[in-house]
Design a protein around this ligand. Sequence first.
Ligand SMILES: [Zn+2]
Length: 137
Amino acid sequence: MPNESRPSPIRSGIALKCGRCGQGHLFGSYLKFNDKCDHCGLDFTIADTADGPAFFVGFLVMIVFAPFYFILPMVEMPIFGAILAWTVLIGLMGSFTYFLLPRFKAVLFNLQTRHKAEEAQFESTGRHGSAANSHKT
Ligand SMILES: [Zn+2]
């Protein structure tokens, strides 16, 4: 399949669609991948995003919301206003996280499948100073 006809892994990930065809649904439930694409048949068990999406979403949410957690206690307001403000802040943070987590997971997964990412594999030469067998000519 030519590269131009494939959808962007980022755009298809944000739409929660398969990175190869851009049509099939990635998730069977909130964060659980389907076994394969229901449109093109791509095996969804070939890649694993592990805790990458949680890492990126956690940092993004922390950067966006942390200032409010410092500012809000310094603002003088009646107790009802404080309870309302904290409730809204925590609700927004949870909603933001809930919305972003599957999208980040889908984008990372689509990037992994597009670039055929896999775990690093090392070859030992048994001693220092010589190239691994795979790098010898
Ligand atoms: Zn597909």
